[in-house]
Design a protein around this ligand. Structure first.
Ligand SMILES: Cc1ncc(COP(=O)(O)O)c(C=O)c1O
Length: 400
């Protein structure tokens, strides 16, 4: 009996699972493991947002809602887009889903036909290529290099576009590199997209608020208003508001696309949690001042990690503009041998040896489509980061 679908066979199991389950096993066995793999802030959800969730429960706002969001949240999202991005949207152009993940997935499911291509810059968030495959499309990977700060150049984008291209997925600041495109860098890409009117733009702005120093966030429809009609601007409350478990993501774009996404959601999950939606209204409409203090913590940790990793023999670590990740290169380490006799053949081998021999868990670069690298999430305490980076330094110094 062939129990599983042919579509599912196109999708690979998450490459990050091997390392994370190994780390969990070691921890359970009482070993001293420091995890630098988490994709979520270590801060708690702010109290005013929690209170809004509790209030929603007490007031009985616990029933089904419209499948793609309550009017109050859609309005708060329109207000947010105007206030923070200078973008005009009306509620009929807004979709709310169970996390940013569902929003992206709905959009791909709503639009891809077999053979349609989706241009994805690498390093990429692990889910993009597999979501495209699940939706029946073909991921086309355009590799950015460390030399350009892990940012795609206009020539690379131009070269990746074909007559079959349906979407260009853009993510700034990026998971896994933290790279953020400046206005000019993004304008250079939108200029390319203007020349290809058949390509739609899916921008994943999940890390919009996690930007450091004097970096200013911008998004494609803002930088090039002529792309407004073919851009889906995706965002969510997960990262900025420390609400990963509440599961609220949203997007705004062409009404026809939003209606198609609503159709999919109404026949699959229906509405995201009513309680979480009310909490998200408070997140977007309430005070935003904690963002700056969270960012001050993140920037201190980023600087600590970048400095200590660059001091490690064979590691080169660029300083990213945002998110809470760094993506160092280990090109100089490939071919070396660890104290326990493992030859480091690739970044997966590096991450495995690092975990087994020092107890530090990181995610290897091949999972994100660019090697040899690894991703560190610095959304953890300064003490844990210092200890982890000291272990990485010692491990690198011990390689022969
Ligand atoms: C770039 C990017 N987009 C989307 C998501 C999904 O966010 P959510 O938790 O809201 O589904 C993540 C989460 O890791 C992410 O890193």
């Amino acid at each position: 009996m062939n129990m599983l679908s042919a579509t599912l066979s196109r999708v690979k199991p998450s490459p990050t699972i091997a390392v994370s389950s190994k780390a969990a096993e070691m921890k359970a066995a009482g070993e001293d493991v420091i995890g630098l793999g988490a994709g979520e802030p270590d801060f708690d959800t702010p109290d005013n947002i929690k209170a809004a969730g509790i209030r929603a429960i007490e007031e009985g706002k616990t029933k089904y809602t419209a499948p793609d969001g309550i009017p109050e949240l859609k309005q708060a999202i329109c207000t947010k887009f105007k206030r923070e991005n200078g973008l005009d949207y009306v509620p009929a152009q807004v979709s709310v889903g169970t996390g940013g993940k569902q929003i992206l997935y709905n959009a791909l499911m709503a639009t891809l036909n077999p053979g349609d291509e989706v241009v994805i810059p690498a390093p990429y968030w692990v889910s993009y290529p597999d979501m495209v495959l699940l939706a029946g499309g073909e991921p086309v990977i355009a590799e950015a290099s460390m030399q350009t700060g892990y940012k795609l150049t206009p020539d690379q984008l131009e070269a990746a576009i074909t007559p079959k291209t349906k979407w260009f997925i853009f993510n700034s600041p990026s998971n896994p590199t933290g790279a953020g495109y400046s206005w000019d860098e993004l304008k250079a890409l939108t200029d390319v997209l203007l020349r290809h009117p058949h390509v739609m733009i899916m921008t994943d702005d999940m890390y919009e608020h996690l930007v450091f120093d004097d970096f200013e966030f911008c998004t494609p429809a803002q930088v090039e208003p002529a792309l407004y009609d073919r851009t889906l601007t995706c965002n969510g409350v997960s990262k900025a508001y420390a609400m990963t478990g509440w599961r609220i993501g949203y997007a705004a774009g062409p009404e026809k696309l939003i209606a198609a996404m609503r159709k999919i959601q109404s026949q699959s999950t229906s509405n995201p949690s009513s309680i979480s939606q009310w909490a998200a209204v408070e997140a977007l409409n309430g005070p935003q001042d904690f963002l700056a203090s969270n960012n001050a913590t993140f920037v201190r940790r980023r600087d600590l990690v970048v400095k200590m990793l660059n001091e490690a023999e064979g590691i080169t670590c660029p300083t990213p503009e945002g998110a809470f990740y760094v993506y160092p290169s280990i090109a100089e380490i490939i071919g070396k041998t660890s104290p326990r006799g493992t030859v480091i053949e690739n970044d997966e081998g590096f991450a495995t040896a690092l975990l087994e021999e020092t107890g530090v868990a990181v995610v290897f670069g091949a999972a994100f489509g660019l090697s040899p690298n690894f991703r560190v999430s610095y959304a953890t305490s300064d003490e844990a980061l210092k200890e982890a980076c000291t272990r990485i330094q010692k491990f690198c110094a011990s390689l022969t």
